[in-house]
Design a protein around this ligand. Sequence first.
Ligand code: TMP
Length: 213
Amino acid sequence: MFVSFEGIEGCGKTTQVELLTTFLSQRGIPHLITREPGGTSLGKLIRKMLLDPANSEMEPLTELFLYAADRAQHIAQVIRPALETRQWLICDRFADATTAYQGYGRGQDLAFIQQLNQWATQGLWPHLSLLLDCPVEVGLDRARRRIEDSALEGREDRFEQQALAFHQKVRTGYLELAAQNPARFRILDATMELERLHEEIVTILEPYLNQKN
Ligand code: TMP
């Protein structure tokens, strides 16, 4: 079973991935938690390049190819092998993020991105994609507070530094993707209290929990 979590900055997906990990461990379900970008050792280097605010001169096309490169490595080295051993694979962002951020957010050609995603994923797509949706103001506020509460004050990454309008386009992109792929996507209200949101996610996954992959 391959499940991806998607959403704008501060939607709470990383916290929900952690709660789900604990839940799967308690149920004794073999699983692997991973993320994009940065799910492999090569990918970690790519992630650093992509998010470093010092790389403000990065061309949109360079950015697009770096996400695709990260994904190609991740599919070959982590995702495909995990699915072959019938583990649950939980991925914090996947190819839909490229459509939402590089396509809708940066305005790059959607048809080209679709093709690139198809190449990079080798046609391997999540069985379920959970879109944690919330207003941009709520997400960015949470993301900023998280940065302030950590030792990272003043250290927003290249994407957190983008204007509200960019994140609004990303949110719209995700909602359109969900509307175009209703069999794969579930939209969840990410303004919900943490535990309630977790319970909703478990309710969605429950029918798949007794399957073998
Ligand atoms: P994260 O903070 O959720 O780990 O994601 C890192 C950033 O990378 C986030 O701002 C979203 C962005 N991103 C893209 O722009 N395109 C992509 O394909 C992926 C996977 C992430």
